[in-house]
Design a binder for this molecule. Structure first.
Ligand code: ADP
Length: 652
C-alpha cells in the first residue's frame, strides 16, 4: 500500500501524533491506512481492505450501527463521527473515536471517504469505572432508610433515591437548581439556599434542619446533610447527601418547651381571661394557621372567654347562640375530648356544624374540656385549615395543656372570687364604720336636745321657780317626747336591719283597707309639717298584709318626700288594678340622679342629700318589707324636679 506523494508528510505527522488515518476509495472499495492505525487495530499486514473487511474488525455489537452511519455519510451526506469497539486478532478490545469525510464527484456520487481513528480505550475504561461506581452509589442510596440525594459539583441534584419519591410522591424533581425548592417550607427556603450555596462554594460539609412537604401536605422537620466526594486532584465531583426525618424528636422538644413556658406563664398569677388567651397563643405554636375559642362555663350557660382568628360576628351568629351540638360546647357540656382529622369525621360527629365549618374553612379540629376534680370549668377548641392526624403523643400534649390550663383557670377563678369577697368585706366594713359615725350623730342630736331642754328647765327652776309654769313643763315633756320618738324610730330601724340580716322579720298579716291606712299616715304627716300633703285618688282596697309593716313603708316614703321635698306639696295616690294595689308618693324636691335610682334601696346607701341627715336604712327596710309581701318598690326621678316612689302590692 502507498499514499500519494503529497500526502506522505501529513501521514507521517499523524503517525507521530499517534493518530490513525484511513483513506477509502469508495469506487474501488479499497481502504488504505497509516502505520498507527495498523497498530491500533492490530491489522496483520498493510494490504488494502474492503469496507466489509474493515467492518469485520469491529465488535459485532457495534457493526450494524457503524454500517448505518457509513451509509448515512455516503447517501445523506451526514458527517461521520462515532465511537466503537475493535476486536484485535489477539482478542483484545480497543475503543476507537473515528471521524470521516466523504468526497463526491460532480454528479454527487461518493468517490472517497477518509478520516482519523483515535484510540480512546483508556478514557473509556475510566468512564466505565465511574459509571459502575455511580451505579453502585445509586443502589446504595436507594437501599437507605433515609431520603438520599447526589448532587454534581455545581450543586444541582442529579439523583434522588426511592425514599425521596415515596415521601414527596411526585417524580421529576431531579435537576433542581437549588434556587427553587418546591417541597421546602417557604420559611426555610432562603436559609437552605444560603447554606447549600456556601457548602458548594467552600466545599464545607452541609448540615441544616428544614421542613419538607410530605405527599399529604404536612411539613415535617428533617436534618439535611451532605459531604463532598473529591477526585484525585482534590476537585469535588459529587455531593452525597441525606435527609433524616427528625420531626417527632423536634416536636416533642417543642411541645415540652411549650408546656414548660405555659406552666411558667401560668405561675405568674394570671386572670382567667389571660389564661384563656395564653392557651390559644401556645396552641397556635403547635398548630399553625389555627383558629381557636375558649369558653368558660357559667352554670348551665357559657361565656366566650377568648378567641383567635374567628370573625367577630361569628359569636353573634344564630348558630353559635342556639346550637348545643358544636365542638366547644360539646366539650364543655358533655365533658369529652374531640380529635377530628378531616371534614368527614367532623360532620359525622357534628352533622349540623357544616355552615360554621365552611365559614372558618375548618378541615380538622381539637376540642377539649378543661376540668378540675371532675368539674368542667371551660373548654378550648382549635380549628385547623388542613387535614391532620392526631397521634397519641400529640393528643397527650393537648391533654396536658388542657389539664395545666384547667388548674390555672380554677386557681384564677378562686383568686378572683376571694378578691371580690375581700372587696365586699372591705366595703361592708367601710359602710359599717360610716354607719356607726352617722348613727351616733343621729342618736346624739335628740339626746343633746333632751339634755339641753332639761338643763334649761332646771336652771329656770333654781333661779326663778315662778317662771316654770305648768304650760312650760308640758312643752318640755312634749318636746322630749318628739325626741324620744326619733330615738325609738332610729333604734327600731337598727333592730330591723339586724332582723333582716338574720332573716327574723316575720309578717303578721291581717285584713285591712290600705286606703284608710294611707289616710292616717297622710294626716299624721300633715300634722308634723308645714308642707302640703295630698291624697288623691284613694281607692278603697282591702287585702291581707302586715299592717304595721306596710304603715312603716308608707310613713317612710312620706317622711322622705317631706324631708327631700323642698317644702313643696307632696301628692299621694292609692290605685288598685289587675289584682294589685299601687301606692305612689310624689314630691317636687331635690330629685335623685338616674345612676343611683337602683342603689338607694341598698343597705346604708345614701344619695346626694345636702344637709339632710339620714342612715340610708329606710328604703332598704321598705324594700325588704314590700318584697316579703311579694310586691315591688321603685322610684322615678329627675334631679331638681322631684321624685315619685311606687309600691305595688299583690291583693291577697
Ligand atoms: P335616709 O333618707 O335616712 O338617708 P333612705 O333609705 O330613706 O335613707 O333613703 C336613701 C337615700 O335615698 C337618701 O339618703 C336620699 O339620698 C335618697 N332619697 C330617698 N327619698 C328621696 C326623695 N323623696 N327625694 C330625693 N332623694 C331621696
Amino acid at each position: 500500500m502507498s499514499f500519494d506523494k503529497e500526502k506522505e508528510q501529513l501521514i507521517l505527522a499523524l503517525d507521530l501524533a499517534r493518530i490513525g488515518f484511513y483513506d477509502w476509495d469508495v469506487v474501488a472499495n479499497s481502504m488504505v491506512y497509516n502505520k498507527h492505525m495498523l497498530n491500533d487495530w492490530g491489522i496483520a499486514d498493510d494490504s488494502a481492505m474492503s469496507l466489509q473487511e474493515a467492518i469485520k474488525c469491529i465488535h459485532p455489537d457495534d457493526q450494524e450501527r457503524v454500517q448505518k452511519l457509513v451509509n448515512d455519510a455516503l447517501e445523506k451526506k451526514i458527517q461521520y463521527s462515532t465511537e466503537y469497539r475493535v476486536i484485535r486478532p489477539d482478542g483484545t478490545i480497543v475503543w476507537m473515536d473515528v471521524n470521516g469525510i466523504v468526497k463526491f464527484d460532480d454528479e454527487g456520487n461518493p468517490i472517497r471517504f477518509f478520516g482519523t481513528s483515535v484510540n480512546i480505550t483508556e478514557r473509556k475504561q475510566r468512564e466505565l469505572i465511574l459509571e459502575e461506581s455511580g451505579a453502585m452509589v445509586r443502589t446504595f442510596a436507594d437501599s437507605m432508610p433515609q431520603m438520599a440525594f447526589i448532587a454534581d459539583a455545581g450543586g444541582s441534584i442529579i439523583h434522588f433515591n426511592q425514599r425521596w419519591y415515596e415521601y414527596i410522591s411526585s417524580p421529576g424533581t431531579e435537576g433542581w437548581g437549588w434556587k427553587d425548592l418546591p417541597v421546602h417550607h417557604p420559611e426555610d427556603l432562603e436559609r437552605t439556599v444560603r447554606t447549600w450555596s456556601h457548602s458548594v462554594v467552600t466545599g464545607e460539609p452541609y448540615e441544616i434542619d428544614y421542613r419538607l412537604r410530605r405527599y399529604d401536605g404536612e411539613y415535617r422537620w428533617h436534618l439535611g446533610r451532605a459531604l463532598p466526594f473529591r477526585n484525585k486532584n482534590g476537585d469535588i465531583v459529587y455531593w452525597y447527601g441525606t435527609n433524616t426525618d427528625i420531626h417527632e424528636e423536634r416536636m416533642s422538644l417543642e411541645r415540652n418547651r411549650i408546656l414548660y413556658d405555659f406552666g411558667f406563664a401560668l405561675s405568674k398569677g394570671m386572670t382567667p381571661q389571660n389564661i384563656a388567651e395564653t392557651i390559644l397563643t401556645e396552641g397556635k405554636k403547635i398548630l399553625k394557621n389555627t383558629a381557636g375559642i375558649v369558653l368558660f362555663a357559667e352554670g348551665d350557660s357559657f361565656k366566650v372567654a377568648a378567641s383567635t382568628n374567628v370573625p367577630e360576628d361569628y359569636f353573634a351568629d344564630d348558630y353559635f347562640i342556639t346550637e348545643k351540638r358544636m365542638p366547644a360546647k360539646a366539650a364543655l357540656f358533655e365533658d369529652r375530648s374531640f380529635f377530628l382529622s378531616n371534614r368527614l369525621e367532623i360532620l359525622i360527629e357534628f352533622p349540623d356544624f357544616e355552615k360554621a365549618i365552611d365559614r372558618l374553612d375548618v378541615r380538622s379540629l381539637v376540642s377539649l374540656p378543661l376540668k378540675v376534680q371532675g368539674k368542667v370549668l371551660a373548654s378550648v377548641v382549635f380549628f385547623l385549615d388542613v387535614n391532620k392526624t392526631f397521634p397519641d403523643d400529640l393528643r397527650r400534649f393537648f391533654e396536658s395543656l388542657a389539664s395545666q390550663a384547667a388548674i390555672a383557670v380554677d386557681r384564677a377563678f378562686l383568686f378572683q372570687q376571694q378578691e371580690l369577697q375581700k372587696e365586699e368585706l372591705r366595703d361592708a366594713i367601710n359602710a359599717r364604720d360610716e354607719f356607726f359615725s352617722v348613727a351616733s350623730h343621729e342618736l346624739k342630736t335628740p339626746l343633746t336636745s333632751m339634755r339641753l331642754n332639761g338643763q334649761l328647765l332646771l336652771k329656770r327652776w333654781e333661779k326663778k321657780p315662778e317662771t316654770v309654769t305648768t304650760e312650760s313643763f308640758f312643752q318640755f315633756i312634749h318636746q322630749n317626747d318628739k325626741n324620744v320618738s326619733k330615738l325609738v324610730r332610729l333604734v327600731d330601724d337598727m333592730l330591723d336591719i339586724s332582723r333582716i340580716r338574720t332573716g327574723r322579720i316575720a309578717l303578721r298579716k291581717e285584713v285591712f283597707d290600705i286606703c284608710e291606712l294611707t289616710k292616717e299616715v297622710v294626716h299624721r304627716t300633715q300634722a308634723s309639717t308645714p308642707s302640703e300633703v295630698n291624697l288623691f285618688p284613694c281607692a278603697s282596697t282591702t287585702g291581707n298584709w302586715d299592717k304595721l309593716r306596710i304603715e312603716q313603708v308608707i310613713t317612710n316614703l312620706m317622711s322622705n318626700a317631706v324631708r327631700y321635698g323642698a317644702n313643696r306639696p307632696v301628692m299621694t295616690k292609692v290605685e288598685s288594678k289587675n289584682g294589685s294595689v299601687l301606692i305612689s308618693v310624689k314630691d317636687n324636691g331635690i330629685g335623685i340622679p338616674k345612676e343611683i335610682l337602683g342603689t338607694i334601696f341598698n343597705r346604708y346607701e345614701r344619695g346626694p342629700s345636702g344637709d339632710i341627715q339620714g342612715l340610708g336604712l329606710g328604703l332598704y327596710i321598705s324594700r325588704h318589707i314590700v318584697e316579703s309581701h311579694g310586691g315591688r318598690i321603685w322610684a322615678e326621678s329627675s334631679v331638681g324636679t322631684g321624685s315619685t316612689f311606687f309600691v305595688e302590692l299583690p291583693i291577697t
